[in-house]
Design a protein around this ligand. Sequence first.
Ligand SMILES: *[C@@H]1O[C@H](CO)[C@@H](O)[C@H](O)[C@H]1NC(C)=O
Ligand SMILES: *[C@@H]1O[C@H](CO)[C@@H](O)[C@H](O)[C@H]1NC(C)=O
Ligand SMILES: *[C@@H]1O[C@H](CO)[C@@H](O)[C@H](O)[C@H]1NC(C)=O
Length: 405
Amino acid sequence: MSCAKYQFTDALLCHDDELEGRRIAFILYLVPPWDRSLGGTLDLYSVDEHLQPKQPVKSLVPSWNTLVFFEVSPVSFHQVSEVLTEEKSRLSLSGWFHGPSPPRPPTYLEPPLPRSPHIPRDHEILYEWINPTYLDMDYQVQIQEEFEERSEILLKEFLKPEKFAQVCEALEKGGVEWSSRGPPNKRLYEQAEESTLPGVLRDCMELLHSEAFFLLLSNFTGLKLHFLAPSDDDEVADGKEGEVASTAAGTEEGASPSSSEPENGPGPTGNTSQQSDGQTDSAAEGIDAKNELNVPMCHGELRHWQTGHYTLIHDNSQAEFALDLLLYCGCEGWEPEYGGFTSYIAKEEDEELLTVNPENNSLALVYRDRETLKFVKHINHRGLEQKKTFPYRTGFWDFCFVYYE
Ligand SMILES: *[C@@H]1O[C@H](CO)[C@@H](O)[C@H](O)[C@H]1NC(C)=O
Ligand SMILES: *[C@@H]1O[C@H](CO)[C@@H](O)[C@H](O)[C@H]1NC(C)=O
Ligand SMILES: *[C@@H]1O[C@H](CO)[C@@H](O)[C@H](O)[C@H]1NC(C)=O
């Protein structure tokens, strides 16, 4: 049993409470007079055919000296919605009654996200879109040195100002079809329907997907994202020992016929706690999407972020070697305290390795290994303050690409 105090902007995102031996969850509320407008409700989710949570179907308002309890099961998905008052705190005692767990259905694993190789586009596209500073050879060498040392870099004012302005304008104008990405125990944000993207946004997606851009990224990072890029083996002389040295291992993994990652492993039992305010990763899944041809691949999406959105690290989050790219738009007045930043943590350790904050026209590159997971921090109701200074704004957008050697 423990006591929890939720204050302004605190929330506990969708999870099922399942842990070996937990049978009944209970909560005794010790709240001052409370109503729905203060947030902090206990929301219970329905599930889909894969027993994944869909949406809240019941929402309980906490009240003084009220006991709530429910059976812990593979479908007992619930959340504590964000507390919206600065005046009151939501106090409760909660815990579990234990006993032998009944047999569980097999863990559902999401199909991996589709990956594709570069699309043919020559260098022209780079000169058209990218700040010329980043196409300067000497500067690329500097970038690569820094990247190899730190495994991450932030390239500010990445697109030419006129191109970036066009992208922002297209996003602000609307006309993009967004669909909500779930399930809520793993993520909640909006993803653009790629087939309906207006011209300039489609072109920007194409840029990040292009052959020329794969080459540029190879130059920035020293990774072999194109067969023409020099590989580690070609540069024996230099004894650099950054994390990027492990890329060699990554390539071998890609080529080996089977990985013994716990795809069919023991599932969400025992020793993994879901109670940490653990947040989640989407791209980390699908490690088994084998790169048969050993061709560099990528997956990319255009996302919209606003209050209520997040991604979570979950029991089946899997880490793999990959290069993450984030390019942000519409971040005027965005503050880290709103959430929405991307946080990288060491697997098993909850230790924060790196935070990437949304920033207009800045391109973040992060190379992660199999010990690293990432999540996007829940965007709280403070995020609505952006509107005070920028009335036409609701959140921000990012182009999120992941590249595999
Ligand atoms: C962000 O980019 C847009 C489009 O170019 C511009 O209008 C805005 O002033 C920029 N904001 C900041 C804070 O740089
Ligand atoms: C990458 O660097 C090589 C020189 O090392 C250069 O010839 C090539 O043009 C660069 N590629 C891009 C896309 O900038
Ligand atoms: C936790 O892990 C240890 C060692 O791996 C194992 O002996 C133990 O049974 C596990 N506990 C649960 C509850 O699964």
